[in-house]
Design a protein around this ligand. Structure first.
Ligand code: B12
Length: 499
């Protein structure tokens, strides 16, 4: 049986979570190909571990997942090293980064194939073709190089999620004890990361999910999700759930079914949804959700400006007025809305960009006054290649370009670009970025996130009183005293750490 090395590069070592991308890929070849898993989050020296495996001579394929950002710091140099040391090994990448940036990945000469989006069928089909020498050119969801050309095969329909093979948790447990993946969070002491659906029915022009899923969504049934969760609870002691779906709440019926099932398990859960979708949920559904353990929901609010929402192709019925009324509506249900905003989107003139930033800041303050428990996550806009969208056209007009080589993606400048912290975006001046960052620091000082489990009451009191005057007087400039405390106390930033 040919052997495959599956690699999950380090993302957030302080907070390892079950590596669902690699597990899904492992499931797709279970029983047909032999495999091992190396998780960069769990290894001091993953390169050495990989070299040890590959030196055994029994591996034919190196398969690596990669998101943009920190994972690239391992996926790029480690893949390049493997190419040098073991040129006969076929290198295959999948996940959000290569799916959105296949050209730069394949032109590096380091990677032979990119799996574009779901790999559940494409990956085993590719391995089969490579094993038997059969053509791979017609396998859907594949990107490869032919001379100087980058060829995309057709996109497959998205799969019925219940029909996919079960995730090989026991196999993962044999490489890395699953208990160590169930970390402490605001939700519980042993938090399960679970992915219950793929894609999203919307096509927002700032979102990396769109070029891959093109407005499509499919979820596992509530029963299948419940079965997995109960297994993770009983077998490994999980007591809380983070749903990592792009959009968990698309179907009210599925949410109700899941909430009814999970209610008796006494577990706290969290997921991501749309304001307009959940606005249409009935009061009974919202009560049931809370009763079943749903304490907080993450929403892409983006901006209170309806024209900008339109330019972002936010779709649906979301509006500034709805963002406000929804924050108010959730309060009595005791569900915390976690609103994320995208500030610094391109506009026709620098004045318009600045004006929009100021308006967004005012809007966030208004949300806080309507429902002070609303958690605010602020992103500086960073482009994704949503070809054909007005937003991306404006981005290109401004002179913005993605890196031309794979190594440039891990240069210090682009590294922080991926964290949406310091974008190399020509329409944003350093002063504008300072405005956003300083406001964020003061806001986080006055309203520290509840999700920071390290921040005790005493620390919260100190930082709040320090930030009080600045917040009230709107004097956000140079908030060094707050920054110093946030650094000292390692203040949690969901926008970097994820969730
Ligand atoms: C879990 C997660 C994380 C975890 C990482 C866990 C880990 N792997 O160790 C944490 C919390 C650390 C994280 C961080 C970040 N993340 Co993240 N993360 C996710 C999330 C929510 C789920 C990923 C997942 O498990 N999916 C489940 C699997 C089954 O789906 P999948 O990954 O798409 O895998 C399928 C295919 O892509 C493909 N595939 C994937 N890998 C491979 C590999 C091979 C070899 C093959 C053949 C196929 C293949 O096949 C799989 C099955 O069909 C996604 C959003 C999402 N819902 O997918 C965002 C997402 C991937 N993250 C994203 C980003 C931007 C980040 C950050 C950079 C910033 C941020 N704000 O979150 C940070 C980086 C910071 C850091 N320290 O790394 C973006 C990527 C956007 C982009 N431009 O590409 C996403 C899409 C969120 C979003 N909507 O914006 N993240």
């Amino acid at each position: 049986m040919p052997n495959v090395l599956l690699f999950n590069p380090r993302s957030a070592p302080s907070k390892p979570r079950i590596p669902n991308s690699i597990l899904a890929i492992a499931a797709s070849i279970e029983g047909e190909f032999g495999y091992v898993i190396v998780d960069g989050n769990r290894e001091k020296d993953p390169l050495q571990k990989i070299i040890d495996y590959l030196s055994s001579g029994s591996f034919n394929y190196f398969a690596c997942t990669s998101m943009p950002g920190p994972q690239l710091r391992q996926s790029i140099p480690i893949s390049a090293r493997i190419r040098d040391m073991f040129p006969e090994i076929v290198i295959i990448w999948g996940g959000y980064f290569p799916s959105n940036q296949p050209r730069v990945v394949l032109e590096s000469g380091t990677v032979d194939f990119v799996v574009n989006g779901p790999g559940d069928k494409c990956f085993p089909a590719l391995l089969r073709a490579l094993q038997t020498g059969a053509p791979y050119e017609l396998i859907p969801n594949l990107v490869y190089r032919s001379g100087s050309e980058i060829i995309h095969t057709k996109k497959d329909a998205i799969y019925d999620q219940d029909s996919l093979p079960p995730l090989p948790y026991e196999r993962l447990n044999s490489f890395y004890p699953i208990r160590h993946y169930l970390g402490r969070s605001y939700l519980g002491t042993r938090t399960i990361a679970y992915h219950s659906s793929i894609g999203c029915p919307f096509t927002c022009s700032f979102c990396a999910v769109v070029p891959i899923y093109e407005g499509r969504w499919k979820g596992k049934s509530a029963q299948a999700v419940y079965k997995d969760i109960v297994y993770l609870k009983q077998r490994f002691g999980g007591n809380a759930i983070e749903f990592h779906d792009n959009n968990f709440f698309v179907s009210e019926k599925r949410t109700v079914e899941f909430a009814s099932l999970i209610r008796k398990e006494n577990m706290v859960w969290w997921g991501e949804g749309r304001i307009d979708t959940i606005s249409r949920y009935s009061d009974e559904t919202l009560s049931l959700m809370r009763e079943s353990g749903c304490k907080m929901i993450f929403f892409g609010a983006e901006t209170g400006n309806d024209a900008v929402l339109k330019r972002m192709d936010k779709g649906g019925t979301q509006s500034g007025a709805q963002i406000k009324s929804f924050a108010e509506r959730l309060a009595p249900f005791d569900i915390i809305p976690e609103y994320s905003f995208v500030l610094g989107t391109p506009a026709d003139t620098p004045d318009q960009v600045q004006k929009q930033i100021d308006e967004d800041i005012a809007f966030i303050r208004e949300i806080k006054s309507i429902n002070p428990r609303t958690e605010i996550v602020i992103y500086v806009y960073s482009p994704v290649p949503t070809e054909g969208s007005e937003m991306y056209r404006k981005v290109l007009e401004s002179g913005f370009r993605f890196p031309k080589t794979l190594n440039e993606w891990i240069s210090p400048q682009w590294d922080s670009f991926d964290l949406r912290k310091n974008p190399l975006t020509p329409w944003l001046t350093p002063a504008m970025i300072d405005t956003i960052k300083n406001f964020e620091t003061v806001l986080n000082g006055y309203y520290p996130t509840v999700s920071d489990v390290r921040l005790n009451r005493w620390k919260r009191g100190i930082i709040r009183s320090l930030a009080f005057l600045r917040y009230k007087t709107r004097l956000y400039g140079m908030p060094y005293e707050l920054k110093a405390l946030q650094v000292l106390w390692k203040y949690r930033q969901p926008e970097i750490e994820g969730f």
